[in-house]
Design a protein around this ligand. Sequence first.
Ligand SMILES: NC(=O)c1ccc[n+]([C@@H]2O[C@H](COP(=O)([O-])OP(=O)(O)OC[C@H]3O[C@@H](n4cnc5c(N)ncnc54)[C@H](OP(=O)(O)O)[C@@H]3O)[C@@H](O)[C@H]2O)c1
Length: 345
Amino acid sequence: MTVPATMHALLQKGDGYSGKQTGISIDTLEPYLEYAEIPVPELKDGQVLVRMAMANINPSDLHFIKGEYGQPRQKGKPAGFEGVGEVVAGSGAYAEKLIGQRVAFTATPDGSGTWADYAVTAAKTCIPVKHGMLDEDAAGHIVNPLTAMAMFDLVRKANTESFVLTAGASQLCKLIIALAKDEGYRPIVVVRRNEMTEPLKALGAAYVLDENDADVVEQFKQISRSEKPRIMLDAVSNQLSSDIFFAMPNRANWVIYGKLDSSPITARELGQFVFMDKVISGFWLTKWFNETSPDEQKRVIGEVQDRFISRKWTTDVSAVIPLAEVMEKLPATLAKRAGKVLLTP
Ligand SMILES: NC(=O)c1ccc[n+]([C@@H]2O[C@H](COP(=O)([O-])OP(=O)(O)OC[C@H]3O[C@@H](n4cnc5c(N)ncnc54)[C@H](OP(=O)(O)O)[C@@H]3O)[C@@H](O)[C@H]2O)c1
């Protein structure tokens, strides 16, 4: 296949970190991105060039383009952490072996982002995708599904049949709720929109709490007395999360894996760390990759693909937007809060 000299991409406008914490809401993309034509990036040893089929948009991408994520922006480089496409060129023996394969991948800092016609990444991070897996699922193969698997393993090890999930209507929580249902666990799910209650119960939530209810903490306390959840997987990390944590039983672990609500919070009962053996910890998939053996990663990746192929897991897609229309359409589409927004060249 002949690779063109130039391509279109959504380029990062900012550099480094912004020093702010404003969350994922975006009214306009103008301060953060520009749609432009640039040369197709060149390969270094060990890298592949992927012709993009579909790219994903995660909250981490939105934190990132605003300069509020755990790695610095690189002005002028395409944005986008995750996607799927076909390898069309490779540098080095292993990279060349991947040519012609459909792969899911995440962008590496020395490569280039997925919100583009072509992306460069490390060959070793590419995951060949089985034939039966849809592009819509493969575009988000890594970040949420592997996090769902890894964090659900924390629940299995926590010696508890119930656990708390915040941001319950997220794609990630839907994956975790489906896993929990299959294995007989009883998730207590917190949402900020009442209309998500029935769909999440149908998926496997044992309880759904609406964070807007004035007595939501009281409701939680009632449930906690019988369910005794020992773990909270928390992407919101706001005052309600803190209040729920301090209402949880002995040995509860508050696992913070996101900060969707940027407001500061108060921890009200620090004595619980002395007398109730409670723990606050963090989860970041990047660390999981560094700490998990290649064989275990391979096993989990196989399970993820099988779950999507068998439709035990699905991706709720809100819209598929061509790159050229992203600047105009993305903010309003994200504001609909109807599922994942995917990008195509
Ligand atoms: N640490 C890690 O390694 C890791 C890995 C994967 C994902 N994550 C995190 O997991 C979270 C979910 O990711 P996703 O891709 O599944 O998200 P998603 O499908 O885009 O959904 C985001 C969800 O967050 C809710 N939300 C947003 N802002 C909120 C706020 N201020 N207060 C309460 N709820 C809020 C939304 O509620 P509505 O539906 O009501 O709009 C929506 O349900 C994100 O924080 C992401 O960064 C972390």
